[in-house]
Write a protein that binds this ligand. Structure first.
Ligand SMILES: [Zn+2]
Length: 406
């Protein structure tokens, strides 16, 4: 007995259209013209793909432009605006704003996210508890991985470590860091590695947020990744300093990251918005060249980071738009380059979150249909998904625009 059929889908790498049969939450057959009268969706020759995976998003501080303004447009302006607004956050308020973002992301074809949640004595575990509720309530459409981190510093904010440990004891999936906010950045990096070892969890750092190549924390993270044997379990986000490195220095850095098994997440919307505010012309973009690192085998992802807040006053939660934004800023245009951008919002973050991204018999029936014939086209045209399913259940429909001709 089949539960569902997707008809006439275009599968990457296949020349002919296929039907996919779904039963017991899994793909049970992929073939041309599968017989059956189960409920169905006609993909009409359009691309079927695993859902997008959002590897870095802040649900707890999303959608707060009504109460937090970044007066200077700088990183410092964003940090202080959010820190002030945070004193008014409640669990229900965080839940409601997070739900708004998750629902938008679902309709944009995302079915898994890693969300960074701020933990400190000011907010306590309110953000963590709200995100845990969201994780349970939206499991039908979205898998949520919770990364707790000390946005306002660890050593300079006593009580933060105890709360991070409480969150890890109560279901947080991994640990984040923000060494540039700490009075003792190397101390924070070391302590987070020790805690990661205690809890056997991965690490995901907000690393640097400036264009000064004369100093950085990347080397310390690489050193500790090797010392702790945490290769393949550490991501660094932003790393805007990478955007100013000349080729030889960039190649040296890529080798350091590859040897230490460190991956990179670029957050183009935020990096473009905050970087270079001290320039009144020839504003640098601050977007790390992830495609160059990916070409050397470094795990690289593109992600949304913030939605409608002082760090990024935009946001539609669309990862096809984010991949396009990255491609545009990085001046990428060939079929292969655009396909790689698609991979940075699908294959690479899926692997990072320990998910399969295969469409094959026996895999979970979790996929989306995109109005395109190739992955490159999704990026060049910012194709928005028209339909999606998770674990055998239809989760959204977003019909394509229709013309009413005279
Ligand atoms: Zn972030």
């Amino acid at each position: 007995m089949l539960d569902y059929l997707v008809r006439n889908a275009c599968l990457t790498g296949e020349n002919t259209l296929v039907d996919l049969a779904v039963a017991d939450r899994k793909i049970v057959e992929i073939a041309q013209s599968i017989a059956g009268d189960a409920p169905s969706f006609d993909a009409a020759g359009q691309l079927i793909s695993c859902g997008f995976v959002e590897s870095h998003i802040h649900l707890d501080k999303a959608c707060i432009l009504d109460r937090a303004k970044n007066e200077t447009g700088t990183l410092q302006g964003a940090i202080s605006a959010v820190a002030n607004a945070k004193s008014g956050f409640t669990e229900d308020d965080i839940y409601a704003r997070g739900a708004r973002v998750i629902e938008k992301a679902i309709t944009e074809g995302t079915n898994a996210v890693r969300t960074h949640v701020e933990i400190d004595p000011g907010i306590g575990l309110a953000g963590f508890n709200a995100i845990k509720r969201l994780k349970a309530d939206y499991a039908w459409a979205m898998d949520i991985e919770i990364c707790v981190f000390p946005q306002e510093g660890l050593f300079n904010y006593p009580g933060t470590e105890e709360l991070l440990r409480a969150a890890l004891d109560n279901g947080a999936d991994l640990l984040g860091g923000c060494p540039y906010m700490d009075t003792d950045p190397h101390g924070q990096i070391l302590r987070l590695f020790e805690m990661a070892r205690d809890y056997d969890v991965d690490l995901d750092f907000h690393l640097d947020f400036d264009l000064d190549a004369s100093w950085r924390h990347l080397d310390e993270v690489a050193k500790q990744s090797i010392a702790f044997g945490w290769q393949g379990r550490v991501m660094i986000g932003h790393v805007t300093k990478l955007s100013v490195l000349p080729k030889p220095e960039l190649e040296d850095t890529i080798a350091i990251m590859r040897d230490a098994g460190i991956g990179l997440t670029v957050l183009p919307a935020t990096d473009l918005f905050l970087t270079g505010r001290d320039h009144d012309h020839s504003v640098p973009c601050g977007v790390a060249p992830a495609h160059k690192l990916a070409a050397h085998g470094v795990c690289c992802t593109i992600a949304t980071n913030n939605v409608l807040n002082p760090f990024t006053p935009y946001g539609d939660c669309s990862l096809s738009r984010m991949a396009n934004l990255y491609a545009n800023v990085s001046q990428l245009a060939t079929e292969a380059e655009l396909e790689n951008c698609f991979a940075m919002v699908s294959d690479a973050p899926a692997k990072l979150l320990g998910r399969s991204n295969k469409i094959a018999v026996g895999e979970a029936a979790s996929f989306i249909v995109l109005p395109a014939q190739s992955r490159a086209q999704v990026v060049s045209e910012i194709s928005l998904p028209i339909w999606g399913m998770k674990d055998g259940r239809v989760t959204f429909e977003h019909p394509a625009a229709k013309l009413f001709r005279p």
